[in-house]
Design a protein around this ligand. Structure first.
Ligand code: AMP
Length: 174
């Protein structure tokens, strides 16, 4: 299956959730068994030799493919969540969004110094969310961090915000 086939399965919703946003709806991509299998094959092939021990998914759309890829890679899955959701002791990172500030959290014992992490989310726009997630995971002192998105909105240049020595990948580009 070609990347074009996957790309055309993403539904564009103009002006959602607010005017001016071209929202990329991935539910149309995931509802197809063959598209879902292809996505998991692509991510497996890309990361199978990287020694990934934990896939870390960002709430909430990073929870769709994150556990599926973790199972394929023989890795564990760890959630990054919004405040008030994780029940044990957390560490957190605050970041600036278009309107105000946001906070993300992870359990303080979710990762160890031995972990090789694949940080995963559905979409890269400005990069603010993933940079905060990267900084949060770094605080736990893991061995290495790889970053993956299903979709990248190239014109927003989100890739520029990551350190040069971090490998950042996306599957579908708009
Ligand atoms: P950003 O922090 O700007 O890179 O935004 C990324 C986060 O916002 C991801 O978790 C996406 O789910 C969501 N997001 C931002 N822009 C869009 C969009 N155009 N379509 C769908 N989701 C988006």
């Amino acid at each position: 299956m070609s990347i074009e086939t996957l790309t055309s399965a993403v539904r564009n919703i103009p002006d959602f959730p607010i005017p001016g946003i071209q929202f990329k709806d991935i539910t149309t991509l995931f509802q197809s068994a063959s598209h879902l299998k292809e996505l998991s094959d692509i991510l497996y092939e890309r990361y199978k030799d990287k020694g990934i021990t934990k896939v870390v998914g960002i709430e909430s759309r990073g929870f769709f493919m994150g556990p599926a890829v973790a199972i394929r890679l023989g890795a564990g899955f760890v959630p990054i969540r919004k405040p008030g959701k994780l029940p044990y002791t957390v560490i957190e990172e605050t970041y600036t969004k278009e309107y105000g500030e946001d906070i993300i959290q992870i359990h303080e014992d979710a990762l160890t110094k031995e972990d090789v992490v694949l940080l995963h989310d559905d979409l890269l726009a400005t990069g603010g969310t993933m940079v905060a997630a990267y900084n949060l995971v770094k605080k736990l002192g893991v061995k290495k961090i790889h970053i993956n998105f299903l979709i990248e909105l190239e014109e927003l240049n989100g890739m520029e915000h990551f350190p040069k020595d971090v490998e950042v990948n996306s599957v579908i580009k708009f």
